[in-house]
Design a binder for this molecule. Structure first.
Ligand code: IFM
Length: 467
């Protein structure tokens, strides 16, 4: 927990320095809030399957009901309006719109998002659509999932079903949320759906995710009848070596390569980084690039979404002094800074956020940035009315928004900020125990109760706007 609730000197001034044009929002994703997994023809996703693997999710939780947002959407949008946000970032559930991941559209599933867009616009909130936030149709996983090239083409087809239906009213489009999690946590570490543990498959997934992004951007751009903002969202952290030793410096280089540059270099520069390719060769893995792929992947896009939670210190030496583990894999260990942590046990490192944004601005210039997620889980303790006095969350948000303002002063072109998350929700393999919301959800009754941080966020937006 944070040791103090008082904002460090300068935080308020930094936040107040953000311009009136800065966009403020909140974010969620479909599987984490919607529930209604069997309704209106929705197909099965890899998360429906994964949640039923014994031991995969803390407490055996599943997303079948989640926040019941599918049935409560208009009330939830009304609560968003109370926050005074400009924009709401949500994801579309692929298996709702195209149940088996291929073929025609499921009109009943698409209608939910159509209604939501109208509801948002009616309340003066700009809809920001993310097309893929991890809920791959199970049938596509059965056919090989993201490690298989065909999935990239299936994704572009699905993207067009949604784009054709909503782009008359939606201008902000994100293809993928956090491809690193899909590839590395889903196909290598096995801690997210589909729960596989195959490093080579994960690297193939990286390439096919990027290819799917590029194909979708090309087709959306060609079809756009109105001005659109097309982008992708990456989760990133600022990586530093634990010490100046060559082993630690090398480990930090490798972590940065697989954490950030393997995505941004092909997206922006049209090539995978040479050192990453060498690291992969050492591990017997090749990126499955075919002729023309890199031109597709580096199709220009308009906005880069950054999701930031913490920075990392890395060591290349394990506790026994080895630099390579028993499987021949170079050691890469996270080391503590010794900072206070959130309920996720993530260290609170807003300074790393400034460094990261300034560095992205320098190494990948000319691309507007938007913070598409930032926020924190804390051990919320509601009073007898259900109200949560979450000074810790408000302090976390203040420190990180100030870090964004500092990065802007250092030259990073950051244009907006979305809190993760609008409301408490299903935190993947951690289940419902980890609460990130501005709004408390009482899962017994589905009652929504704005926390102190929700009031703080609303007041902050007002202050910056000078309203
Ligand atoms: O809840 C997730 C979200 O789905 C993706 N980004 C990180 C969040 C917190 O872990």
């Amino acid at each position: 927990m944070l040791e103090t609730t008082a904002a460090p000197a300068g935080v308020d001034e930094l936040i107040a320095s953000l311009p009136p044009s800065f966009r403020w929002g909140v974010a969620t994703s479909a599987y984490q809030i919607e529930g209604a997994v069997h309704e209106d023809g929705r197909g099965r996703s890899i998360w429906d399957t994964y949640c039923r693997v014994p031991g995969a999710i803390d407490g055996g939780d599943i997303g079948d009901v989640a926040c019941d947002h599918y049935h409560r959407m208009p009330d939830d949008v009304a609560l968003m309006q109370d926050l005074g946000i400009d924009a709401y970032r949500f994801s579309v559930a692929w298996p709702r719109v195209q149940p088996g991941g291929r073929g025609g559209v499921n009109p009943a599933g698409l209608a939910f998002y159509d209604r939501m867009v109208d509801e948002l616009l009616g309340r003066g909130i700009d809809p920001w659509v993310t097309l893929y936030h991890w809920d791959l149709p199970q049938e596509l996983e059965d056919a090989g999932g993201w490690p298989v090239r065909d999935t990239a083409y299936r994704f572009a087809d699905y993207a067009m079903l949604v784009f054709d239906a909503l782009s008359d009213r939606v201008h902000a489009w994100t293809t993928l949320n956090e491809p690193l999690c899909t590839a590395m946590l889903g196909y290598y570490r096995g801690v997210q759906a589909p729960g596989r543990r195959d490093f080579g498959a994960a690297i193939h997934a990286v390439h096919h995710l990027l290819l799917g992004h590029g194909l979708a951007v090309q087709r959306m751009r060609a079809a756009a009848a109105n001005p659109v903002q097309l982008g992708i969202t990456l989760n990133t952290s600022s990586v530093s070596p634990a010490t100046g030793s060559p082993a630690d410096v090398e480990a930090a280089r490798r972590a940065d390569g697989l954490g950030l540059r393997i995505y941004l270099d092909p997206l922006v520069h049209g090539a995978y980084p040479a050192d990453v390719i060498e690291d992969l060769e050492v591990r017997g893995v090749r990126v499955p690039v075919q002729d023309g792929d890199l031109a597709v992947i580096s199709t220009p896009f308009d906005s880069l979404g950054i999701n930031y939670y913490f920075s990392t210190l890395v060591s290349g030496v394990d506790s026994t002094g080895r630099t390579v583990d028993a499987d021949g894999v170079p050691v890469e260990l996270d080391v503590r800074y010794g900072r206070p942590v959130t309920a996720m046990d993530w260290e609170i490192t807003p300074d790393g956020f400034t460094e990261l944004l300034a560095r992205i601005g320098r190494d990948y210039p000319g691309i507007p940035l938007v913070i598409t997620e930032n926020g924190a889980a804390f051990k919320d303790e509601p009073d007898e009315t259900g109200f949560v006095r979450d000074d810790d969350r408000a302090a976390y948000l203040a420190a990180h928004i100030a870090a964004v303002a500092r990065a802007r002063q250092a030259g990073a072109d950051v244009r907006g900020y979305f809190v993760w998350s609008f409301m408490d929700n299903f935190e993947w393999s951690y289940g419902y125990d980890k609460r990130f919301g501005l709004i408390r959800v009482d899962y017994e009754t589905q009652r929504r109760i704005p926390k102190h941080s929700a009031h703080w966020y609303r007041d902050t937006i007002r202050r910056v706007r000078g309203a």
